[in-house]
Design a protein around this ligand. Structure first.
Ligand code: ADP
Ligand code: ZN
Length: 754
């Protein structure tokens, strides 16, 4: 009986051997799934190959082998091996991540599919004479045949039955005479397919777009290009034309990664306009079954383009010709839990192995990608101007320090003062003029809820989450305090929990409050708010954006959700209510994020012939993130930001891995972190690893999340290979005691250190 090596999705850096019983040998091959016993439960693993028996070891039997073909093909297996190695994750965990949930759930390994019966015309009857003869004694058969003809020769049996109310024998008769065949077909349940199809853009590529396309046409397999195109420069047209060549002409396949499908229905619509049903849209609204349907369609080659967020990089396409990573700088491309992969990096590794080209697109490329383009590792393609003659909007700064009222408002001025704290007079005037001209405005405030925190007027105490070291956000509808880290909610206290003080003040603005202020000030304006709280429904994002698209919204107010990808020509004003949200977070990427967000949201204005204007309210007008966003100067920003990451070095000047130690006991957590650092120091002393250093330990900037205390240490290194070796050694060999809920996680190339 053969012995096989199996990868299981467990936090253990090893594989496991099982015997294959006689009856199952046929369906056990490399890359197929097996159900195996593990301790006293069942696990689903992936077969890696044959294993060599070790004498004296008793092996357990495979329980089931549900696949008739491997679910992981050899290129996907090597991609997962790379992920496991680079991100220091067990192979089984990486493999699980590459498959749709329906294939990895412990319950039923084979998901139930919905199928339907489809009737297709087999024999065409060209002449009427023919028909009269054939259907002489069967009017019903003729009616059914002709209905099927009108429906394009092919229709679901239940649709036909609905329309004609025929008895099953009529269809049987047609089948018996060889005129029609009936087959079973898997039903796609993808609701994206029912969205109205827009017409394909028919712009002639500009010189810059044509140049980019010509360079891409010359690219060797595995080539990576960074498409740096300012907002509105027409990056999508470059993607579309590239895919037209790769998919329609060369008959190969392609993947398009977007930060989040729900936020980019317009982009998806543009792809669907050109490629129609060749596209599988993998969005978060899909059920497990729908996701599985899409996966199957991609694997069978029925769909040759996968459009989706991060995990679409694992789309089971063969003969991959191109991968597009739109908004490549977005942090949502990094997965938050194991395997903590970055989809951009995985895309590049996959493309190199499978001979595809990669296009990374952004108006504000990550510093990592920019540096790689400068060093010649990636090719730089630039779209320095807006497409179709549009101009970048003019950006004005409103210095909130100067706008602050000089005296305390009297009672009847109170409402005006509250409004002016949120919307300065210049921004109010700009909004008013847009409303008068029936043009649209977008307002960004990257803070949801009503007020950012509640503070006692007497002792200064701030209401904090009992589970996390984070202040609670005040929400008005429904009224409660909410932790934005762990979702803990509690009722609003009437008095200070610390000193019993009676005056609790709301500090800091949230979107709910601004929405109310706007509604009071502009009663006839149609205002839409878009943030996590208004978009919990499956299609909520799309509905709001579609309403903006048809002009049913005058002011769209929202968090960073509204900053991406939107292309509405009638939006002539963008207002940023508080540019400084997040600018001072203790994270090396805080400035970069702020610059990207401001640039992206500013890019929503003036996309049509009416032009546009941006007003940025800030208390830090001289901060380089704000200053460079105002002048649309990406290059100046990069120069200053790179310099600020030199001492101490941060990416891209060095590679890092963030090691977080957490536990429910504060002392035990701190002690373990301290021991881990000492351990690494000893390791580095015994086995010199050129360029690798360890920094810390220190409490994480957010010290406590969900009742767990958090400490971290940073591994830094300028040679990725050496850094990887040390990281792996630490994760595999440093012992974490089984007490106080202690845990250690490693995040390589982290996007944030909070
Ligand atoms: P980006 O993604 O770079 O911000 P988009 O791809 O959304 O820009 O394009 C911005 C707008 O310019 C879209 O409305 C698009 O239809 C239009 N556009 C793109 N290329 C051209 C072109 N060559 N000529 C005219 N308009 C164009
Ligand atoms: Zn919390």
């Amino acid at each position: 009986m053969p012995l096989i090596d199996v990868a299981l999705p467990l936090p253990l850096f090893r594989t496991f051997s099982y015997r294959v019983p006689e009856g199952l040998t046929g369906s056990v091959t490399e890359g197929s799934r097996v159900v195996v016993p593990f301790r006293n439960r069942k696990e689903i693993g992936i077969v890696l190959g044959a294993a060599a028996p070790i004498g004296g070891v008793k092996y357990r039997d495979v329980i089931a082998a549900p696949d008739d073909a491997p679910v992981i093909d050899p290129p996907m297996l090597s991609l997962c091996r790379w992920i496991a190695e680079y991100y220091v994750t067990p192979l089984g965990v990486a493999l699980r991540c590459a498959l749709p949930a329906a294939l990895t759930g412990a319950g039923s390994p084979v998901p139930s599919q919905r199928t339907r019966r489809v009737a297709t015309i087999e024999l065409e009857l060209p002449s009427l004479l023919h028909r009269d003869r054939i259907f002489a004694r069967s009017k019903q058969q003729r009616a059914l045949y002709e209905l099927l003809e009108q429906l394009g020769g092919r229709a679901a049996v239940d649709v036909l039955a609905d329309q004609l109310k025929f008895s099953p024998s009529v269809l049987k008769g047609l089948v018996a005479r060889g005129l029609v065949v009936v087959s079973e077909e898997v039903v796609s349940r993808d609701p994206f397919l029912t969205r109205e199809r827009r017409a394909a853009d028919s712009h002639r590529p500009s010189d810059a777009q044509r140049n980019a396309l010509e360079r891409l046409a010359l690219a060797q397999p595995g080539h990576v290009a960074l498409l740096h195109g300012i907002t509105g420069s027409g990056k999508t047209l470059v993607y579309l034309e590239l895919l037209r060549r790769v998919v329609l002409e060369e008959k190969r396949s392609a993947i398009v990664l977007v930060p989040e499908i729900a936020l980019t229905p317009q982009t998806v619509d543009r792809f669907r306009a050109v490629f129609g049903d060749a596209i599988a849209v993998l969005h978060s609204g899909l059920s497990d079954g729908e996701r599985y349907d899409a996966w199957l369609a991609l694997r069978r080659g029925e769909k040759r383009i996968a459009v989706g967020a991060r995990s679409a990089v694992f789309a089971p396409l063969r003969d991959l010709g191109a991968i597009v990573v739109d908004e490549e700088h977005e942090s949502s491309y990094k997965q938050g839990d194991a395997p903590r992969y970055h989809a951009r990096e995985v895309a590049i590794v996959r493309a190199r192995a499978e001979g595809a080209v990669v296009v990374l697109g952004s108006a504000t490329p990550s510093l990592e990608s920019w540096t790689n383009a400068q060093s010649g590792k990636y090719e730089l393609l630039s779209l320095p101007e807006r497409a179709g003659g549009a101009q970048l909007p003019i950006v004005h700064v409103v210095d909130l320090r100067a706008e602050r009222p000089t005296r305390k408002p009297s009672d009847h001025e109170e409402a005006d003062a509250a409004f002016a704290m949120a919307i300065s007079p210049p921004l109010e005037a700009a909004l008013r003029s847009r409303l008068a001209k029936r043009e649209q405005s977008i307002l960004l405030l990257n803070r949801r809820g009503y007020a950012s925190f509640i503070q006692c007027g007497a002792c200064g105490d701030v209401a904090v989450c009992p589970n996390c070291s984070i202040s609670l956000t005040y929400h008005r509808t429904p009224e409660r305090l909410v932790c934005h880290y762990c979702q803990h909610t509690e009722a609003l206290h009437r008095t200070c929990q610390r000193c019993g003080g009676q005056r609790l003040r709301q500090r800091g603005l949230g979107t709910q409050q601004v929405e109310r202020l706007l509604a009071e000030r502009f009663p006839s304006a149609r205002i839409a708010r878009m943030d996590v709280d208004t978009t919990s429904g499956k299609w909520a994002h799309t509905e709001i954006l579609d309403r903006v698209g048809i002009g049913a919204v005058d002011i769209l107010l929202g968090t960073q959700m509204i900053a991406k990808g939107l292309d509405f020509p009638n939006v002539t004003l963008v207002g940023v209510i508080d540019a400084d949200v997040g600018i001072n977070l203790p994270d090396f990427r805080a400035s970069e994020r702020c610059f990207q967000l401001l640039s992206q949201v500013a890019g929503r204005a003036g996309r049509g012939p009416k032009g546009g204007e941006v007003l940025i309210q800030t208390r830090a007008p001289s901060h380089h993130a704000v200053r460079c966003a105002v002048t649309h100067d990406y290059h100046a920003f990069v120069k200053e930001e790179l310099a600020s990451r030199r001492t101490p070095p941060y990416p891209p000047n060095v590679r890092i891995a963030n090691v977080v130690v957490s536990g429910i006991n504060e002392d035990a957590t701190a002690r373990l972190a301290t021991r881990a650092v000492a351990w690494v120091h000893r390791l580095l002393a015994q086995h010199p690893s050129p360029g690798v250093t360890v920094i810390g330990p220190a409490p994480c900037p957010v010290e406590r999340v969900q009742q767990r205390w958090r400490w971290h240490l940073l591994l830094k290194g300028d040679r990725p290979h050496e850094l990887g070796r040390v990281a792996r050694y630490l994760v595999e060999h440093f012992e974490v005691p089984h007490q106080h809920g202690l845990r250690m996680t490693l995040d390589r190339d982290p996007v944030a250190l909070l």
